[in-house]
Each structure stands twice: as C-alpha cells, then as structure tokens.
Design a protein around this ligand. Structure first.
Ligand code: NAD
Ligand code: AOT
Length: 315
C-alpha cells in the first residue's frame, strides 16, 4: 500500500519504518526542515531495540507537497497543535479515495480533520507504542505496543476499510486491532495523559516519583472524575476507580514505564517546546463549558502548564 506519514517525528518515524520494512511504499511528510534534510541526505537513523539501523525513505517538507504525491492511506502523527497546518498543506493530495488515520494523543481531533476529509474516510484511534527523537534524522525506538482504531462513521464500507487498515498495520508488526468502543479507548488514554503528562511536567518528576507521593492518588482521582463527567455527556462511560487503578498499576511501576518522563515533560523541560495541554486537559475544560460540567482541576493544570511554557520561553 502507498502510505504517507504526516508528521514524521518520533512516532511517525516508528510507524514509517515498520511499515517500510513490511514492504509498503512509505513517504514521510514533515515540517521540520533539518529533520527532512537529514533523512534525504543520510536516511532515517534509528536505534531500533538496541540495534543501529539506517532506512532509506523518501521524505518531503510539508510545504513542498505536490499533487502527484498521492497515497492510499495518510497516517497523522503531528503534535496536536500542528494538525491543522499539516492538513492544510496536504490538501493537494487528499482525494476521494484517500483514507486518513489519526493516532494523536488527546481528544476531539476528528473535529479538525472533518474540515479537510469526508467523514467516511476518517479513522481514529490511539496507540500504546512509544518513540523518542534524538535529533534531526534520528530516533530511538524501544519496546512494544498496540494500536486500537475504528472508522468514524458507522457504515459497512467504512468498517471494511478500517479492517483493511488494521491488516496493513499488522503486516508491519504494529499489533493493531479494530475497537468497537474506540471513544472509550481514546478517553482512557487521555486520562493517562491528562494526569501524568501535565503533573510530571509541572512537578519535574518521572511517573514513579510522582506516584510515590502521598497526594498523588487524590489529585489523579479528581482529574479522572472531570474526564469521566465530560465523557458521560457524550455517552461514554468511564469508571473512575477502574481508570485510576489502571493509571496507578501501569504508570508508577519502576520496572516498566515508571522511570519514564511523559512526552509533555520531554517537549517542555528537555526541548523547550510548546505542549499539547490544550488538546488534553484543555479539551476537557472546553467540553465542560459546553456541557455545564465544572472542571477546576483540568483548568488549573492547563493554566499552570501555560505559565511554565511562558516562563521557559517555549516555542
Ligand atoms: P514529535 O514531537 O516527535 O513529532 C511531532 C512533530 O514535531 C514532527 O513534525 C517532528 O518533526 C516535529 N519535531 C520534533 N522535534 C522537533 C524539534 N526539536 N524541532 C522542531 N520540530 C520538531 O511527536 P511524537 O512523539 O511523534 O508524537 C506525535 C503524536 O503521538 C502526539 O500526539 C503524541 O502525544 C502522540 N504519542 C506519542 C508517543 C511517544 O511515545 N512519543 C506515544 C503515544 C502517542
Ligand atoms: C504513554 N505515554 O502517551 C505511552 O508520554 O505522552 C506520553 C504517552 C504508552 C502508555 C502509557 C503512557
């Protein structure tokens, strides 16, 4: 299949590399000039589970995308705040037959994508794979993960297309599955990001350190309650104690990912970049305002992260 990776940072590079290795025709599209230049000159370099590899992949700057660069499937992997400008630059290659899969963290991205792509061609999901950038043209890819996804519109044709995309992802070893309850899965992952990402960034801690504090449980519970109340207004039922338990069991374990800094910490503290807070906790605040649900914890955390972005002069 011809696949365009739109946003070829850490995660986009992972998916591009794994799908290329499975024999698909992959094009990387990205907005970071130094990164695209490096891939064009020397290939995509990856520390892939401890092994140094170089993969020759075509890469193009998103501002230089032209009509003939069409594909069957576009996988969106920008940061949330870059999504709209990426879709704007991809307009020349979005046709009737183009399927678009969004695997970004956060909630509500379909509302942006719908402005560029017919609903029946949109597929949404999330992923437990991880990845990190080590500099232009270079990524670090460790461990394993899964992908859950579904068609946005419930028609038999869209479902068949979703199942075909699942097969394509699985041909690259991405452990994908069709998830009937995808909005639940997206909210559940957003609860992980809505607690760990902002809190570890403000507190400058890893997840294990935060989880070891006496006040972690109460803070996490209160944030998850707000996600749950907003989700309820969209007929998505999140059981607060189950989700809190899921976060505590998975994120605080120092043998697994507990010593890891969430991506928001890496963006702001390590790389002085703006964060996705407006698309995680900030999205819950906006939805809360719409549905008349108070969200003081999410509002405060969003404001704190913006304070920190400004104090650090993040770009
Ligand atoms: P990323 O920051 O690595 O890449 C996103 C975009 O930012 C790319 O266009 C990339 O080229 C650009 N970029 C990266 N570093 C840059 C720099 N120093 N200067 C200029 N541009 C730079 O993002 P990601 O980690 O691949 O995440 C993509 C989406 O996937 C996000 O929504 C994220 O929350 C989600 N996600 C990430 C992980 C993870 O482990 N990284 C896991 C699950 C979901
Ligand atoms: C994560 N981490 O999504 C990945 O750091 O933004 C992040 C992120 C997989 C499982 C749990 C957390």
């Amino acid at each position: 299949m011809k696949i365009t990776i739109a946003g070829a940072g850490a995660m986009g590079s992972r998916f591009g590399l794994m799908l290329h290795q499975a024999g698909h025709e992959v094009l990387l599209v990205d907005g970071w000039k130094d990164h695209v230049d490096a891939i064009q000159k020397e290939g995509l370099k990856a520390n892939y589970n401890g092994e140094e590899i170089v993969v020759k992949l075509p890469a193009v700057l998103q501002s230089e995308v032209t009509e003939e660069m069409t594909s069957d499937l576009i996988i969106l992997f920008t940061k949330a705040m870059q999504l709209e400008s990426m879709l704007t630059d991809l307009k020349p290659v979005i046709h009737d037959e183009t399927k678009v899969l969004c695997l970004l963290n956060g909630i509500g991205h379909e509302e942006v994508i719908e402005q560029f792509v017919p609903k029946e061609d949109i597929f949404i999901g999330n992923t437990m794979w991880t990845a990190g950038m080590e500099g232009p043209g270079r990524v670090k890819l460790f461990g394993s993960g899964t992908v859950a996804m579904k068609n946005l519109v419930d028609t038999p044709e869209a479902k068949a297309n979703a199942e075909e995309i699942v097969e394509v992802l699985n041909s690259g070893g991405l452990n994908a599955s069709y998830s009937e309850n995808i909005l639940f899965a997206i909210y559940k992952k957003a609860c992980v990001n809505g607690t760990m990402n902002g809190l570890c960034t403000i507190l400058m801690s890893n997840m294990y350190e935060f989880g070891s504090t006496t006040t972690a449980h109460l803070i996490v519970e209160n944030i998850v309650k707000e996600f749950s109340e907003v989700a309820k207004s969209e007929n998505i039922l999140l059981n607060v104690s189950e989700i809190v338990d899921f976060i505590e069991t998975n994120c605080y374990n120092r043998e697994t990912i507990g010593l890891h800094h969430p991506s928001m910490y890496q963006d702001l503290i390590e790389n002085n970049r703006l964060t996705e807070i407006d698309y995680i906790n900030g999205a819950v605040v906006r939805k809360g305002q719409k549905y008349g649900v108070p969200t003081p914890y999410c509002e405060f955390l969003t404001a704190l992260v913006h304070c920190k972005e400004q104090i650090l002069g993040a770009k």
